[in-house]
Design a protein around this ligand. Structure first.
Ligand SMILES: [Zn+2]
Length: 432
């Protein structure tokens, strides 16, 4: 290397005395650049107690992966001194300024890895960085824990509690969002009432006050209502649109399935249609709104509506509930919404369809909370957009989708953490 190159890289890496780049080796074929960094001075400050001018006991060889230089994979190497301190009597290894203790990556490399994992599946980020995804998962967890510990939840007043599952229908995770700041506050395994108690404890540990939470938006699970009544007792509950409509669609599916199973053969045959294609068109036609129907679905749905089938009644009930919500959004009047909803429940209770009778009873019992949810547009929209982002977080954890990993990546992406390392290429960051 030319004279001066070492000095150039010493400053490019942001090194301060006593650390300097002593040697640079470029391996063009191996696509590697290796920096030998050395620590000058025979007497150093003790890292354990701060006593100045202590002798070096020995030096330990270590290496760190750094950000690539152009197409070259960059590595730092150093003999890191251990200081034998006369003052505290300990022999302690010096911390290097470019990496966390114990990490084989420089801090800049870790910051880039975190930035990539916010946008890409972790496996893909690992492939781009040419490292193992396991190494990235460990770092995501470390930095998320560190950043969350510094996060303040003071002033949180409106939260949304929801469940999501790692795999379809199993391995549940409870997530709690701050609906004002639009950030993920808390995620934990399970979906029992204890999860809400754990959230309240976590809120307090981050400077929040459970007594200040005045509004909780949730689905109709009894467990969350129970947890809220214990840990967030003074909060109003509201049931959001997304979940209530989902329950109506579930009731409608139950009616259709039951009708297929138990009705006389000719009804089942009529419902099935001539071929499996028609059956599928019905299934999806019933779940979708009419604007989304394909031609074949429109034909199937017109046929259904002319029939005397229970499935046709179930479809009308579902659409009527949707209409109740649409009117509530339009008029934004609690009294009107309550009376529309009461009319719907009284129809549903007389409809002789068991799943709808049950749903109507549930809604009637909690009418006030359902109406609050009908008028709370902001949290409705947020819950739906959060669902999409949680699905992306799940995809990001593909291959390593444990509860721990999913929770870590969800915090990284959805919590708006203020104390993560800055992107190494941003103006605020210094390399090394
Ligand atoms: Zn010491």
């Amino acid at each position: 290397m030319n004279v001066g190159v070492e000095a150039l890289f010493t400053s490019a890496l942001g090194l301060q005395p006593p650390w300097v780049v002593e040697d640079v080796k470029l391996d063009v074929q191996g696509k590697r650049i290796d920096f030998e960094v050395s620590c000058s001075g025979a007497l150093l400050t003790c890292p354990a107690c701060g006593a100045a001018s202590q002798p070096v006991h020995d030096r330990l060889r270590r290496q760190w992966r750094h950000l690539d230089f152009f197409q070259f994979e960059a590595w730092l190497h150093a003999d890191v001194p251990r200081v034998a301190c006369a003052s505290c009597g300990k022999t302690t290894q010096l911390n290097v300024p470019w990496a966390r203790p114990g990490s084989g990556f420089t801090a800049a490399f870790e910051a880039l890895a975190l930035a990539l994992c916010r946008d890409l599946p972790v496996r893909q980020a690992a492939a781009l960085l040419r490292c193992a995804d396991k190494q990235l998962w460990r770092r995501i967890e470390f930095y998320v824990d560190q950043a969350r510990a510094l996060e303040s939840f003071a002033g949180v007043q409106i939260v949304g509690i929801d469940e999501t599952s790692l795999r379809r229908g199993q391995h549940y995770i409870t997530v709690v969002h701050d609906l004002d700041a639009k950030r993920l506050l808390f995620a934990t395994e399970g979906r029992d009432h204890q999860t809400v108690l754990d959230f309240a404890a976590d809120l307090e540990a981050h400077g929040g006050d459970p007594a200040e939470v005045r509004h909780v938006c949730m689905d109709m699970s009894a467990a969350y209502a129970k947890g809220t009544s214990i840990a967030l007792a003074q909060a109003d509950i509201s049931y959001d649109r997304f979940h209530v409509i989902a329950m109506a669609i579930q009731a409608m599916d139950d009616v259709r399935r039951e009708e297929l199973r138990s009705e006389p053969e000719e009804v089942a045959a009529a419902l099935l249609g001539a071929d499996p294609k028609t059956r599928r068109n019905l299934l999806w036609g019933m779940r979708k709104n009419p604007v989304g129907w394909t031609g074949a679905q429109t034909t199937a749905m017109h046929w259904l509506q002319r029939s005397a089938l229970k499935s046709a009644r179930a479809w009308r009930l579902r659409m009527a509930l949707r209409e109740v919500y649409a009117r509530a959004r339009q008029h934004n009047n609690a009294e009107q919404a309550a009376s529309d909803l009461a009319a719907w429940t009284s129809w549903a209770r007389r409809c002789r369809l068991e799943p709808f009778k049950k749903l109507a009873a549930t809604i009637k019992e909690r009418l006030g909370a359902v109406v609050r949810g009908m008028l709370d547009h902001r949290s409705n929209a947020f819950v739906e957009s959060m669902n999409g982002q949680l699905q992306q977080a799940k995809r990001a954890a593909r291959g390593y989708r444990t509860a721990k990993n999913f929770i870590a990546i969800a915090y990284l992406r959805l919590s708006r953490l203020k104390n993560l390392p800055p992107h190494p290429f941003s103006a605020a960051a210094t390399v090394g």
